[in-house]
Structure formats: structure tokens, C-alpha cells
Design a protein around this ligand. Structure first.
Ligand code: FAD
Length: 495
């Protein structure tokens, strides 16, 4: 079977990369991810798929431990918190490699990264809390996983877009109490939901004003009132459990509000802009996995004898090559734009770098730590975002991310479907792998916003050139009022 890392260097495939990142480091990351996928993921993929078909709650912690040793749980965590400081580009490169082997197993690491992403928006205030705990756990026998919970039983697409959020049928509610909030409600289809120790979870503090009060909370899965109500029987990507979570008056202290109360809607937009390129990469990896398996079968299996000489097979292979190439370009374009144009300025700002140079032991002492988690520091993080990027830049990034995600999902379905058609009933053992990848592919058209929603985002952001309010608003300390950012087109036509 053809499993070698494709030989063309990343610097040639993506010339824009060279000027912006250490491509050799990226190449090393890709090689490591590929090696991990070949050693640990590919050999177990079918077995785990069958296991989780019988018992959807079954979970392979050994794989998580192996991934932890490889740094797969902390590569997105900033360096001052002990992680590798990767961004969307790194996440996408890793996901393509893992998903060419098995997207279900890869999703365990992807959903963990999604759970982490809202915390990254919290800036230095988050470095010394759960992020440091996650890094420390990576070196133990009990690595900790994260999940991100947005979807509700009556609100899926509607909670992934601020316009729709206003009319969404949200039933969850975070009620203010002394020292924090009491959270009640149900979250559905949460990847890693049944195995995560920490969950970033979004719900409104006033259900009558969901857009203005949508807020991100960090939940400890051991909290009283928190329950895994059930685990779904999935069609694809089964290795990663999708769970329904119920919260009954779960107490969350003020310091576990991620960012600021009411900033959840723009935070969700940024998180989705960051997570959609890696989902495009998941889909590209699935398509590549099917293409590699098909090529190996055509070249090596006696049952495929003569097929490569047929023009319709050659045309199909050419289409696959084209599809995969373009899907990869789309996710890399979106990831690099996000990392180096839209959000990179905040991450590499001298103030953030200076804070990162302060030893963690000093940062964790009361006065520094107290300031870092204060409302003023949270406001300062948002102000820094406004200084280093614009609504237009983040909106354009969102459009490119939606394009990468929607295109990738369609390519994954098309390539896996065609591979199945070509092999037909002749295929033997490889058919089970292709059939699994086809089932796995479907999810890439659904999560992180369905392809329909993503295409509507492309229309708004890239066709119509509408500017979306993706940045949390600035707070004006002098009069205590919230300042709306200046409208991009000067006519206030923002959503
Ligand atoms: C296996 C799995 C894992 C998941 N993991 C997570 C997770 O970790 N965290 C999380 O929060 N969520 C997760 N999700 C939820 C996922 O993001 C939602 O399923 C998705 O957003 C769609 O929502 P829905 O299922 O409610 O479908 P609906 O929103 O009911 O949509 C049904 C159909 O209607 C279309 N539609 C809906 N509204 C519009 C509109 N305004 N315009 C045009 N078309 C529209 C949709 O495109 C879709 O085709 C997961 C889902 C699955 C299946």
C-alpha cells in the first residue's frame, strides 16, 4: 500500500508559507504526525470502528496516551503555558496526516483542540489554569481531554451564526448567583463529550437576549449536576464518541467564564473561523486516504487487473488528484490567512511575548495572576485584538475558512464514493476500509456548520463583501459603556 508522505516539499506546494513560518519545523511536524498515524492509528482503525458499532461508548484510552506522548494534546497550547504554540496551520497539517489513516481516531484529538480554542482567545489569563493542567497531564498515565459544546437538541445551525442565534430555540440558561453562575440545559452531539474532563460550553445568561448574552463557560465534568445522558450510535468517525450532556444547576465560578460575559457570539465566530480549516484538512485527509488505498489496490491486486488501462478509471483518478490538490490548497490558504493576517498579530504582539517571558512561577503568584484574570486584563486582551486586526480581516478569513470546510467535505464524499464505485464488489479487504472512509466522510459536511451554512457565509463574506462583527466589542472604561467597532463600510451595515 502507498503510505509514504508525499514527496513534494511544503515550501514548493505553498510558496506563501516560506515567508511566514518555519517550514522545516512544519515539515517535521507533518512527518511525526504521519509516523504516528501509520504506527498507532491505521492498524487499529477498522477494529475500533467495529468495536464502537457494537458499543458506542467504548473508548480507547491507550490511543490517547500514545497521542499524548507525541504531543498531540498540547500542540495548540501557547508556549508560555507549556505547549508547542501551534496555530490553525499546524492543526490542519496534523489533521490531514491523521485522517488519511482514520478520521474517527483523529477526531478525538481534533475535538480536544476545538475544546481548547475558546481558551486561547482568553490570552495570557488562561495560560496558568486548565491549559497548564492539560500540558502536565500529557506526561502522566491519565491525560486529560477537552470538548466544546455549542449544539442543543433544538438548535444546531442556529447557534453557529449570530443572525440565526437571535431566533434560535435555545433552552439552556446560565443564571447569575453570588460568585458565579448556575447552568442548566442540554447539549447534544458533543464530540469527546463522554470522555472529556473539561468542556468549553456556550449558553446565554438571558435567554430572551441570546446574542447579547451568549457566554462561554469552562465546565469541570466532575461538577455536581453534570451528566452524560447518552452516547450516540454514529454512522462514521465512530472512534470519537458524540454525547448528549445534561446540566442541572451546575455551578461555574466567575473565574471560569472564558473571556467576558456576553462575548460568546463573536468568540464562536472566531473559534469556527479557526476550526474550519482543520476540518477542511480532515476531509482532505479522508479523500487522500481513499485515493491512496484505491491506487494501491489498482496497482497490486490481481482483481484490479486491466482497470488502470481503462480511460474512465484514468479520468476518475485525475479528478481525484485535482480534487485533493484543490481541497488542500483551500485549507492551507484559509489557515495561513487566519494565522498570519487575521489573528497572528495578537499572538505575536510584543506585550504578549513579554508576558510569555515571565517565568510561570512568578506569573502564578497572587498579584500577577490576580491582575491577569481581572476584568481589566480581559478588556485589555480584547483591545489588543482590535489593535492588531480588523473586522474585515477576520471576516475575510471566516469566508476562506468556510470555503475550505465546504469544499473539503464535498471532495471527501466524492472521492470516497468514486473509489467505492471503481473497486465495486471485486475489492476484497480494501473495500471495508473504503466503505468506512465513505461513512466517515459524511460528517465533514455536517459538523463545524453544515456545508449549506458555510456556503451562506461564503456568499455574505466573499460574494457580498459584508463585514461581520467577529471581534468582541471594546469596553469604554470611562463611562462603562460598550463601544461598537466602527463599521467597515461606513454605513453601519454590520450584522
Ligand atoms: C457526529 C457529530 C459530532 C458533532 N460534534 C459536535 C461538537 O463537538 N460540538 C458541538 O457543539 N456540536 C457538534 N455537532 C453538531 C453539529 O455542529 C450540528 O449537527 C450541525 O451544526 C447541524 O445542526 P443540526 O444537526 O441541528 O441540523 P439543523 O440545524 O437542524 O439542519 C438541518 C438541515 O437544514 C439546513 N439548514 C438549517 N438552517 C439553515 C439555514 N438557515 N439556511 C439554510 N439551510 C439551513 C442544514 O444545512 C441541514 O442540512 C456534531 C454533530 C454530529 C452529527
Amino acid at each position: 500500500m502507498t503510505t509514504l508522505v508525499e514527496s513534494q516539499p511544503l515550501s514548493e506546494r505553498f510558496p506563501r508559507l516560506t515567508a511566514r513560518v518555519d517550514v522545516r519545523e512544519l515539515e517535521r511536524l507533518r512527518t511525526r504526525a504521519h509516523r504516528f498515524a501509520e504506527q498507532h492509528i491505521r492498524p487499529r482503525a477498522l477494529e475500533i470502528d467495529r468495536h464502537t458499532d457494537q458499543d458506542p461508548a467504548w473508548f480507547d484510552w491507550d490511543l490517547v496516551r500514545a497521542g499524548a506522548q507525541e504531543g498531540l494534546l498540547s500542540f495548540l497550547i501557547p508556549k508560555p503555558a507549556g505547549g508547542a504554540g501551534g496555530l490553525a496551520t499546524q492543526a490542519a497539517i496534523v489533521m490531514e496526516e491523521l485522517c488519511a489513516a482514520c478520521p474517527g481516531i483523529a477526531l478525538i484529538f481534533g475535538a480536544h483542540a476545538l475544546g481548547i480554542s475558546p481558551l486561547l482567545l482568553g490570552g495570557p489569563s488562561q495560560w496558568d489554569g486548565v491549559l497548564a493542567e492539560l500540558v502536565a497531564s500529557e506526561r502522566t498515565d491519565s491525560p486529560l481531554l477537552m470538548a466544546c459544546a455549542i449544539t442543543e437538541p433544538e438548535a444546531g445551525t442556529d447557534v453557529e451564526d449570530p443572525d440565526l442565534l437571535a431566533r434560535a430555540r435555545i433552552t439552556s440558561h446560565a443564571r447569575r448567583v453570588p460568585g458565579g453562575f448556575r447552568l442548566s440545559g442540554t447539549k447534544r452531539f458533543i464530540s469527546n463529550g463522554s470522555v472529556a474532563r473539561w468542556i468549553t460550553l456556550l449558553m446565554p445568561t438571558d435567554p430572551r437576549r441570546p446574542v447579547e448574552t451568549w457566554t462561554c463557560f469552562l465546565i469541570d465534568a466532575r461538577s455536581e449536576g453534570f451528566k452524560v445522558a447518552r452516547v450516540e450510535h454514529k454512522m462514521g468517525q465512530r472512534a470519537c464518541p458524540a454525547a448528549e450532556l445534561t446540566l442541572d444547576e451546575v455551578f461555574v465560578p466567575d473565574e471560569r467564564v472564558v473571556g467576558r460575559e456576553g462575548d460568546g457570539a463573536p468568540e464562536t465566530m472566531i473559534v469556527l473561523a479557526c476550526s474550519r480549516p482543520p476540518v477542511g484538512a480532515i476531509a482532505t485527509g479522508i479523500a487522500r486516504g481513499a485515493y491512496e488505498r484505491l491506487q494501491a489496490w489498482l496497482a497490486e491486486d490481481p482483481a484490479a487487473k486491466g482497470l488502470l488501462a481503462r480511460q474512465h478509471v484514468q479520468l476518475a483518478l485525475a479528478n481525484m488528484e485535482e480534487d485533493i490538490h484543490l481541497a488542500r490548497q483551500a485549507y492551507m490558504d484559509a489557515a495561513t490567512e487566519l494565522d498570519h493576517v487575521a489573528l497572528g498579530g495578537a499572538m505575536s504582539h510584543p506585550a504578549v511575548r513579554a508576558l510569555g517571558r515571565i517565568p510561570a512561577a512568578i506569573r502564578r503568584r497572587a498579584p500577577v495572576n490576580g491582575w491577569l484574570s481581572s476584568p481589566r486584563a480581559r478588556d485589555a486582551t480584547i483591545a489588543l485584538l482590535h489593535r492588531t486586526t480588523t473586522e474585515q480581516a477576520v471576516t475575510r478569513s471566516l469566508g476562506l475558512s468556510s470555503m475550505a470546510k465546504a469544499r473539503g467535505g464535498d471532495v471527501a464524499m466524492r472521492v470516497t464514493g468514486t473509489a467505492l464505485e471503481i473497486t465495486g464488489l471485486r475489492a476484497g479487504p480494501v473495500r471495508a476500509e473504503l466503505e468506512k472512509l465513505w461513512r466517515d466522510a459524511k460528517l465533514t459536511q455536517i459538523y463545524e456548520g453544515t456545508n449549506q451554512l458555510n456556503r451562506l457565509e461564503i456568499y455574505r463574506t466573499l460574494c457580498q463583501k459584508e463585514t461581520i462583527n467577529c471581534l468582541p466589542p471594546l469596553h469604554n472604561h470611562h463611562d462603562g459603556h460598550t463601544q461598537q467597532p466602527a463599521s467597515a463600510n461606513g454605513n453601519g451595515a454590520q450584522r
